[in-house]
Design a protein around this ligand. Structure first.
Ligand SMILES: Nc1ncnc2c1ncn2[C@@H]1O[C@H](COP(=O)(O)OP(=O)(O)OP(=O)(O)O)[C@@H](O)[C@H]1O
Ligand SMILES: [Mg+2]
Length: 335
């Protein structure tokens, strides 16, 4: 099956063509420059930019894949969770194409896309995980541990009680004046060797798979408030290293605990925070210590992209799932 997927749940307008679990094209129009001056995503601006970007992104995805609409077997779009004004643009584009061409159409859960992204085969032949696997999904809006038994049999074992991990990266970067999005800049700074400030890891001793990141954010703010003046470069690096360590250690601890408890031999990283070098390294080390095999998708497939949506939608279409043209975007859509 060859499927066109469209993703517009937040601030990336993306379209991709996949054939089975191989990517034929993967196009993203990022809006980071639009939102960076505001220190976060402005929903109204995101919607307006999706309108401008959606048709060119689809056209480029089709031409790079070397296919026409006639050669597709279906079209899919993210239908939630996400910003309603953003979701509606990609979803409406997909419905319009499906209505006018007669192509099969299905709405896709964005989180399912993230959780299945590791199963997309890359050209370099890196092995992809078999089912079942234990997945850590850590993104801008969600953080949780998911037992993925099959593409359509996914159980959430625990989520964050407050902020998502990516949100914590973004908020801490904002309070330190490091810009938006915070993840990549903190990742770079934390990768330099040196001292680190010790920050708390909430719910560390709890056997549950819940997280909480509002405390570490407050701890960073309080630490900065107690300094004699604005942090020096050295102090800033020590704060960032300590913050990243606190977040990364708790994320890895919980997903490994879950894999051991459920006797699942594989761990998968997913979501924007899975692009973090510190997380990938620490997860690799702890998985090796626990005889678990780690699968971390390439960084471009951790942050929002349309290939993961196209692939998740392709599996649904292959299983005979179809959505009607009356489906609406959903701001919240738990798996
Ligand atoms: N290298 C990195 N280290 C840490 N965090 C990162 C890195 N790269 C991106 N992020 C974070 O990932 C988040 C974006 O991830 P993603 O695109 O999956 O989120 P989203 O789609 O906005 O949220 P959701 O998927 O929950 O709807 C941002 O919070 C960003 O700071
Ligand atoms: Mg996402």
């Amino acid at each position: 099956m060859i499927v066109l997927g469209i993703e517009s749940s937040c601030d990336e307008t993306a379209a991709a063509v996949v054939e089975g679990n191989c990517v034929r094209s993967d196009i993203i129009a990022s809006q980071i420059d639009v939102h960076k001056v505001y220190g976060g995503v402005v929903p109204e601006l995101a919607s307006r930019n999706h309108i401008v970007n959606v048709a060119p992104v689809i056209e480029t995805a089709l031409s790079e894949a070397g296919v026409t609409l006639n050669e597709l077997d279906g079209i899919v779009a993210t239908s939630g969770p996400g910003l309603l004004g953003s979701l509606v643009i990609g979803l409406q584009a997909a419905k319009t194409i499906a209505w006018s061409t007669g192509l099969s159409f299905v709405g896709v859960n964005h989180l399912r896309g993230h959780l299945l992204a590791a199963r997309i085969q890359d050209e370099d032949g890196t092995p992809v995980p078999e089912f079942p696997y234990m997945a850590l999904l850590a993104s801008g809006g969600h953080t949780g541990v998911y037992h993925v038994r099959n593409w359509n049999d996914i159980q959430c074992l625990g989520e964050t009680r407050d902020d998502a991990a990516g949100e914590a990266f973004d908020k801490v970067a904002k309070l330190l004046g490091l810009g938006y999005p915070g993840g990549p800049v903190i990742d770079r700074m934390a990768g330099t060797p040196g001292e680190e400030v010790l920050f708390p890891q909430a719910l560390r001793q709890k056997k549950s798979f819940e997280f909480s990141f509002s405390g570490v954010k407050t701890a960073v703010a309080q630490h900065v408030g107690h300094l004699d003046g604005p942090p020096t470069d050295e102090q800033m690096h020590a704060i960032v290293r300590g913050f990243q360590k606190a977040v990364v250690e708790i994320l890895v601890r919980k997903v490994v605990l879950a894999a051991r408890q459920k006797q699942v031999p594989r761990v998968v990283l997913a979501g924007g925070v899975a692009a973090n070098s510190g997380l990938r390294q620490h997860a690799q080390m702890v998985c090796e210590e626990n005889d678990l095999t780690l699968f971390a998708p390439p960084r471009k497939r951790c942050t929002d992209n349309a290939s993961m949506i196209a692939y998740a939608g392709l599996l649904a279409l292959e299983a005979g799932e179809r959505s009607g043209f009356d489906i609406s975007p959903k701001a919240n859509w738990p798996l």
